[in-house]
Design a protein around this ligand. Structure first.
Ligand code: SF4
Length: 336
């Protein structure tokens, strides 16, 4: 079946004083209808830049220098008019900081009414009524009152719910959410996650969620793409990636956070994420990889399917490294 959104070999460049950098280099992933793809990575891994490029909102002076972004088979990168028509209607986005996305001089309801003005053909009175219903849908208490409020009169969590209400107002097929819970405290984060899950269940929207938080990924994802140094290094179903990682970076990332069942020693990843100005040669993870060999410094590993299918990994030693683990797992053991 054709995916709803297919991103292939997407490459983004930014000129800087220290030279041209590639925060996204050959990024490839797919989003199936009604599913949630989590793009997981540390800061600077390229997860936000690549999705900004997908949404057509790459900040200046960044530019896409290669690849395709196909929505239902149509390339959005070459068809600007189609992309503009789809943005906000078929493909909606929610960001980390709702305050900077909301107009301080516009009431909450006014933001939603604006969306209907641009994309819908309903009357102003109907649009206000829909705004109240949408605030209710994203579980904002007393929506009749809140719809009249200005953004600064609401808490951070409520503002993020407003952003979700705006984003889903046109019943998009795809919602791209970039670290939507990062600025919020843990309780509110959990509530927002529940709200997004409910929205997906009720509206069938496919979601691309960008996060650095493995807990959020585990709670949300159907599929996961792990990014490092501007590239996708592992991609597969959430169960496979989180329970049986097949890239040393994913393995290290999982070992650096407390296990869900709390029975594992924490092992922070040594070193720091690479600077894009001076990416290590070959596999960008090699200075931090416990399995690195001399050959890893020579060639950038391609994202390739593992034997057995279903999983893509960018590590030339993966099959060899995890062969023993594979045997233990099939005998009933668990790697993570
Ligand atoms: Fe580690 Fe080498 Fe695989 Fe990179 S290619 S992840 S350095 S083993």
């Amino acid at each position: 079946m054709r995916p709803l959104l297919r991103v292939s070999d997407l490459t983004v460049e930014f000129p800087t004083r220290e030279g041209v950098i590639r925060p996204a280099d050959g990024v490839t992933w797919e989003l199936e209808e009604g599913r949630t793809l989590v793009i997981l990575g540390e800061s600077g891994s390229g997860k936000s830049v690549s999705t900004q490029a997908v949404g057509g909102i790459l900040p200046y002076p960044g530019r896409v220098v290669g690849g395709r972004v196909e929505y239902k088979g149509e390339d959005l990168l070459t068809n600007r008019r189609l992309r503009q028509r789809l943005r906000g209607k078929e493909i909606a986005m929610v960001f980390q900081d709702p305050l900077s996305s909301l107009n301080p001089g516009l009431r909450v309801g006014g933001h939603i009414v604006e969306m209907f003005k641009v994309h819908g053909n309903i009357s102003r009175a109907e649009a206000w009524q829909r705004a109240v219903e949408l605030l209710d849908l994203v579980q904002i208490p007393d929506p009749e009152d809140r719809v009249q409020r200005y953004p600064h009169e609401l808490s951070g969590g409520m503002r993020q719910r407003v952003m979700l209400a705006i984003a889903v107002s046109q019943q998009p097929s795809i919602l791209i959410a970039d670290e939507p819970t990062t600025a919020l405290d843990a309780t509110v984060q959990a509530q927002i996650i529940d709200t997004v899950r409910d929205l997906q269940r009720n509206l069938g929207t496919a979601i691309v969620l960008i996060t650095h938080d493995i807990g959020v990924a585990a709670a949300f994802a159907d599929d996961i793409a792990v990014m490092y140094g501007g590239r996708v290094v592992e991609r597969g179903s959430a169960t496979d990636v989180l329970r049986r990682p097949r890239h040393p970076y994913t393995e290290a990332l999982l070992s650096s956070v407390p296990h869900v069942e709390g029975r594992r020693e924490l092992a922070p990843i040594p070193g720091a994420p690479p600077r894009l100005h001076e990416l290590p040669s070959g596999c960008a993870f090699h200075p931090r990889c416990q399995y690195a060999k001399e050959s890893c410094t020579r060639q950038v590993p391609e994202l390739r399917p593992l034997a057995g299918g279903g999983r893509l990994v960018a590590c030339d030693l993966s099959e060899q490294l995890y062969a023993g683990v594979e045997t233990a797992e099939s005998a009933g053991g668990e790697h993570t």
